[in-house]
Design a protein around this ligand. Sequence first.
Ligand SMILES: Nc1ncnc2c1ncn2[C@@H]1O[C@H](COP(=O)(O)OP(=O)(O)O)[C@@H](O)[C@H]1O
Ligand SMILES: [Mg+2]
Length: 353
Amino acid sequence: MNDTVNPEEIVSELLKKVKFPGYSRDIVSFGMLKGVYLDDGKLVVKIVMNDVEDGNAQQIKEDVRYVLEKESGYDNIQLDIENKTKEVKQDQPLDAKQISDPQPLKGIKKIIAISSGKGGVGKSTVAVNLACLAAKAGKSVGIFDADIHGPSLPTLLGINQHPEATEDGMIPVDKHGVRSMSIGFIVEKGQPLIWRGPMLNKALEQICEGTKWGELDYLFVDLPPGTGDVQLSLAQKYKVDGAIIVTTPQNLALEDVRRGTMMFKQTNVPVLGIVENMSYYQCPNCNDLSHPFGEGGGGREAESIGVPLLGKLPLDPQTLVLADQGTPIVIAEPDSDTTMNYLTIWQTIERML
Ligand SMILES: Nc1ncnc2c1ncn2[C@@H]1O[C@H](COP(=O)(O)OP(=O)(O)O)[C@@H](O)[C@H]1O
Ligand SMILES: [Mg+2]
């Protein structure tokens, strides 16, 4: 082996070929490669995983060994692989540096990410209503719509204007006491977004950082659905204080919740819990409850993943009508059952933060 070549560089390059199972992202970008050195001609590679599920951990181990044995040029290889399962489960202080070095955003006390496995489960609706409740309770609140696939903040909050641009940044649009910024303010409605990959991440960062949020108690971030690049880079770039996962009770949606939870764990973002949306329908005439999307899925899933079920929200035609009109239900109908459910959820979240 050519000793003038840095083994760390070789290994780092090679291990970029090893994807985290089920993700397009590689294990190096997840921060798992912790050390590479030579010990008397033997290549020692140290990998640390953070509560990775056994099957995935085994897969990563095999892939790493395969790539290194095949392509590193070293015959004698020692793999030191650690999976810090128990430490994380016991809720010991998390080593945030392990993945990257997420930064708080200036002036912002807490960042709350709202995520979901799939689109259309009500992620944005939940984000907007929680933000409005917090604002009504006197907090200074912002909401950043980072959902590039379907920025819905302008519709949900009934905003038709562009944010004002000043020399030192954009001024978020204030509606219902919430300062909001959306990629939808910047890209014309119906226009396909041409940014991809790192460009897209950069654009989102610039929009978020280029916004004059002022002092905020809470910034809600409406993430795109799924566990792609945007979610990961936001979680790695900013210190996210908690993630809320919105789902419907269907099994299909729940499979994605599992992946979402996994992603946040991996980036050291505490998952505050699951909100089960469209959980039940109450007939306005006879008050009978029915479960059009199945019953209790969110609770079962929350239990199996070990995160709290923050609450359930009804399938409520008013939620939809009001959302389309740009007035969140917690503002338009402050005394409704749905608003009460939101309130309970928000109080739980606030306690956890
Ligand atoms: N609990 C609910 N009851 C009835 N309609 C809802 C409910 N939650 C969301 N919706 C409607 O479902 C659609 C998708 O919601 P949205 O919040 O945009 O989802 P996402 O952000 O997950 O794509 C919207 O038309 C919204 O008004
Ligand atoms: Mg949305």
